[in-house]
Design a protein around this ligand. Sequence first.
Ligand code: NAD
Length: 474
Amino acid sequence: MTRITVAKGDGIGPEIMDATLDIIQAAGAKIEIDFIEVGEQVYLSGNTSGIAKESWDIIRKNKVFLKAPITTPQGGGYKSLNVTTRKFLGLYANVRPCLSLHPYVDTKHPVMDIVIIRENEEDLYAGIEHQQTDEVVQCLKLISRPGCEKIVRYAFEYAKQNGRKKVTCFTKDNIMKQTDGLFHKVFDEIAAKYPEIENEHWIIDIGAAKMSDTPELFDVIVMPNLYGDVLSDIAAQIAGSVGLAGSSNIGESCAMFEAIHGSAPRRAGQNVANPSGLLQGAILMLQHIGQSDVAERVQNAWLKTIEDGIHTYDIYQEGTSTQKVGTKEFAQAVIANLGQSPTKLKPVQYADKPQMQLPTYQRKPSAVKTLIGVDLFVHWAGSNPDELAEQVKALNTDTATLSMITNRGIKVWPEGFPETFCTDHWRCRFKGVDAALTIPQLLAKAYEQGIDVIKTENLYEFDGKPAFSLGQGQ
Ligand code: NAD
């Protein structure tokens, strides 16, 4: 028996959770359940995180959490429970298998069987945002080496355990050379340790286009958080429907399993929703808790039901489907098929696998870090960069001198183009800062002269190599 935590969620959540639990229990899942309440009611009772402290205790004790979708009320500063759960519990890997069920579920891609592995904790989802000037807001994109190492290693270990042949990495490192560049670099380092698995890297834009056009070229795809969020929905949709996909969120000690769709409030309480996405989440959970035999029975019965044409409204099609059923009837049909396998779709065979043991992160020896300059970001409502340069040059010290001004990354001084559009957010780069003391001096002078510095970024060399981006056009 494994004790798990279950939240029935909001909207269609309770109906699809009941259907899912009925199916897996009928299939012989050896589970004991602690139910907790999360979501809309908890938010509206004044708890902006959507979950009570006692519920966290239960989730952390049981370590395995099956969660139906929840509704995050709009406005009012409510925090997304999904993002909070992933980060609080360190669920660094989001795994979404996307399989086409052609010809029983309509898809333009009859041969598609990909798994998207999305980094789940960092990137733009660190949620660190600030308004800096009247016209400019900023979101920090944070990528860490341990974050990259964990997710990339997870992707290769997943491929190895699941007999997958290739791992592809998507980034935009031709533009974001530091952040996406680190992800790509770590991918190359770790890929070299798995010579038996093919590896490749695509720039995300053409990679995404290719994945949407010819998904059969891909197998496992690993990527940073934001790209993974977008592409995993695309992959699920082009495989057939977002209503059919489940996902797991895996951490070093806890794991959460869910459908990828939301709470579809307009469909709630009508017994029409498709429980398949959550059921797929539950199948991933059963494999995770070492009940692969039960997972296999459920998946084969589900495939048989889909193949029999017993479909909920969202995938129902005249000609292919034989029966349009509601949530409960669909669950009963799957239960009736337990013990059977599909005859046209490929039946699955799952074997229990050892829990993945990833090496703990080993911090590398520190590099030699040298401060060589500073970017002062200035709020200035003027339009002629030469005027700003004259004001800011007055801050020059014996060692630090203004070397460049950019606006939204493009160099506008010296030798900017009058055509370049400028907003009120300017980066003034000082080179030759050879001691941390210079920065407070620059700031103090700027304050005296009424220059509105909104933030600074230090410019470093690590082991003698510049570790910051140049101005565009520099
Ligand atoms: P949604 O996925 O809930 O619904 C979009 C549409 O897809 C629905 O109108 C419905 O027609 C269809 N659909 C989705 N799931 C279905 C199913 N199982 N069966 C049949 N049809 C289905 O997305 P949304 O409308 O953007 O979001 C609704 C709420 O869900 C929001 O409050 C959002 O915050 C929340 N949400 C929660 C999660 C989660 O808890 N994991 C994820 C996404 C959205």
